[in-house]
Design a protein around this ligand. Structure first.
Ligand code: FES
Length: 174
């Protein structure tokens, strides 16, 4: 879900679930990452409002939340497209054609790194290793892995994702 939200909305909605999560962790600081993820799952993306709300809920300095949210690519720090294409460009993937694939995606979508297509469907990012080096090149689309990619497979995937009423993201590795 993508929605505008206020700090008070987040505090009202997430204080109890975050307190439940916190029972599994030794310190408030270690709860920041799952709290960020929960906020992202709830609101679709994260911004400074969400960071401040989480800081307040956990009673930790804002900078702790900001630095974690800006470091990890799993956190969406703006209102991104429906499908977040995260192509790995680390060495094993690069050796198996990730740079060519990235250029292909840029051309096909008409966007550069970090941008979102005009139709709001796709955001393109380059990420560090996503743990699928043995089946590289690899890409995550939201939370789903796509591996052994080629230009043909990427084109087919984009065609599927572009079709209205079709969402092939099943959570299964392909
Ligand atoms: S280097 Fe690309 S998945 Fe590991």
């Amino acid at each position: 879900m993508t929605a505008a939200y206020s700090k008070q909305d987040i505090i009202a909605e997430l204080t109890v679930p975050i307190a439940e999560i916190a029972k599994c962790y030794p310190t408030q600081r270690s709860v920041i990452m799952p709290a960020l993820y929960l906020a992202q799952e709830t609101y679709g993306f994260l911004d400074e409002t969400a960071y401040r709300a989480i800081s307040e809920i956990l009673e930790v300095p804002e900078i702790w939340v900001f630095e974690l949210a800006s470091f990890y690519t799993l956190y969406k720090n703006k209102n991104i497209g429906k499908y977040n294409l995260q192509l790995c460009t680390n060495v094993p993937c690069m050796l198996r054609g990730a740079y060519d694939l990235f250029a292909h995606l840029q051309t096909r979508l008409g966007i550069n790194k970090g941008e979102t297509s005009k139709d709001g469907l796709f955001t393109l990012t380059a990420v560090e290793c996503i743990g699928s080096c043995d089946v590289s090149p690899a890409m995550m689309v939201n939370d789903t892995y796509y591996t052994n990619l080629s230009k043909e497979r990427v084109d087919k995937l984009l065609d599927q994702l572009s079709q209205a009423d079709t969402d092939p993201l099943t959570g299964n590795e392909q």
